[in-house]
Design a protein. Structure first.
Length: 483
């Protein structure tokens, strides 16, 4: 048996397997991967949605963080100093900060969580909810401590920025609805570092301003009474704390605890109007009344006086109507007394006739006025009906509708004609494709008997010596069958 041939490139095993192979155990490989992850990735921020949340009896919390295509196992150990653990819920979108590592028992990489924030809201919203829960537990939001606003305030304190849009809105509404309302401005910043302290200081300053007036009014001597009458003008009926709209960061000064405490401790009722309708701040919950906007707050404050002005404006007409009714009653009584007297007078018949004439004249005038009023009302009704009908506009609309229908009809006819034309052209093209000329144009030929023009469809039909005629795309060829 011949020796097996070898290729010129077959050199055998130049490097023995035993000398190069390095075998790792599962534990060793997992440990290497863990060290590599912790060294190369380490601490990261990651966002996603929580799912499969499990809170163990040991206090540890296990869950999965996922997005549209991937998922990551996470663990929050009991010893981590995280106050907002309550935000960890299935379906909640969060931002997590932690260390990437490998859980060696399962060979699974995971995130050890050290910080949690709500995604899209962040630390500010978490602080807002935390402070809100704290103040609510202390009773700062309790409905039974809310004080009603005075119906007819004469003097109010205003806490806002002197250059913002809120003060312009408030002054515009007050000037329109109650121009006699006196406003004491305590200017302050409403945004940025230190704004919360300035707002709280302005609220306390207005309280001191108002309380001092009340204390002065309780004095007894004449000189002190005169001073107290002057000081009494300083008493405030309420305090309005306001600013215009903005982001959560812009409105944050009104979410500070120092502002909430100042509003809660205020001896004067407080109205809070911060931001727009959708904005809610801690000051809104603590205040006695919350308004959606600065303008809405000004309308609430001036509602009593504004309604009274409307009533006073209607009072003269009401008084004239009552006086007229009373005079008509007195006139009726006088006529009855006059009739009794005339019946005893010698000129009774003449006076009765004159009286009947007066009555007829009065009735005629009344009926004339009533008829004129009825005709005026009927005329107005007809005019209103005519305006509602508007024949010219109706005719114009009908013309436009007719023109539109004509255009649609022409477009429909043109569309159908084009459709028929396209179908005809398509069928014509198909027919041309099936014609013999098209077949010949593709390289085929038609062979027939030269004498009978009978088309040959099989070689068996040809006979020796038979003359044939072959038709091509261009021209014909004559031939004779040899065999």
């Amino acid at each position: 048996m011949s020796k097996q041939s070898k290729s010129q490139w077959d050199f055998g095993e130049l490097f023995p397997t035993e000398a190069t192979r390095k075998v790792l155990s599962v534990s060793e490989l997992t440990a290497q991967v863990k060290r590599l992850l912790e060294k190369q990735v380490g601490a990261v921020w990651v966002s996603g949605e929580i799912t499969n949340l499990r809170a163990q009896s040991s206090g540890h919390i296990y869950f999965t963080l996922k997005d549209a295509t991937s998922q990551l196992s996470c663990v929050l150990f009991r010893g981590e100093a995280i106050m907002n653990r309550s935000v960890l819920q299935d379906g909640q979108k969060v931002l997590l900060q932690g260390d990437v590592t490998v859980y060696e028992a399962r060979g699974q990489y995971q995130l050890i969580v050290h910080a949690v924030e709500l995604q899209g809201i962040g630390a500010l919203q978490v602080a807002f909810e935390k402070l809100k829960q704290k103040l609510a537990a202390e009773g700062l939001f309790a409905p039974d401590r809310k004080r009603p606003l005075p119906e007819y305030p004469q003097r109010i304190g205003l806490v806002t920025s002197p250059t913002g849009a809120a003060i312009r809105d408030v002054l515009h509404v007050v000037q329109r609805r109650n121009p006699g309302l006196e406003i004491i401005l305590a200017p302050c910043r409403v945004q940025g570092d230190g704004a919360a302290q300035e707002i709280a200081a302005a609220i306390r300053l207005l309280n001191e301003f108002s309380v001092a007036a009340v204390c002065d009014r309780r004095t007894s001597s004449e000189e002190e009474m005169r001073r107290s009458q002057t000081a009494a003008t300083n008493k405030l009926d309420l305090i309005l704390v306001t600013r215009g709209g903005g982001s959560l960061e812009d409105l944050w000064a009104f979410n500070e605890e120092v502002v909430a405490r100042a509003i809660f401790e205020s001896a004067v009722p407080v109205v809070s109007a911060v931001g727009h309708e959708i904005d809610f701040t801690i000051s809104d919950f603590v205040a006695d009344v919350r308004a959606a906007t600065p303008s809405a707050a000004a309308e609430i404050i001036t509602e009593g006086v504004f309604a009274s002005r409307e009533f006073v404006a209607e009072a003269p007409a009401l008084l004239r109507r009552k006086v007229r009714q009373r005079l008509e009653g007195v006139a009726g009584d006088f006529e009855q007394l006059h009739g009794r007297m005339t019946r005893l007078h010698p000129r009774r018949r003449l006076n009765e006739a004159l009286q009947r004439l007066d009555d007829l004249q009065t009735g005629l005038s009344r009926r004339t006025r009533q008829g004129a009023r009825d005709r005026a009302i009927a005329w107005r009704n007809l005019a209103d009906r005519l305006l509602r009908v508007r024949p010219a506009q109706s005719l114009h609309q009908r013309r436009e509708s007719l023109a539109l229908s004509g255009r649609r009809l022409r477009e429909l006819m043109q569309g159908r004609l084009q459709t028929r034309r396209n179908r005809f052209e398509t069928m014509e093209a198909r027919l041309r494709l099936l014609g013999p000329e098209q077949v010949l144009a593709r390289g085929y030929s038609i062979t027939s008997d030269a004498e009978t023009d009978k088309v040959l469809r099989s070689a068996a039909e040809a006979k020796t010596g038979q003359r044939l005629k072959t038709r091509l795309k261009q021209g014909e060829i004559s031939s004779r069958v040899e065999k």
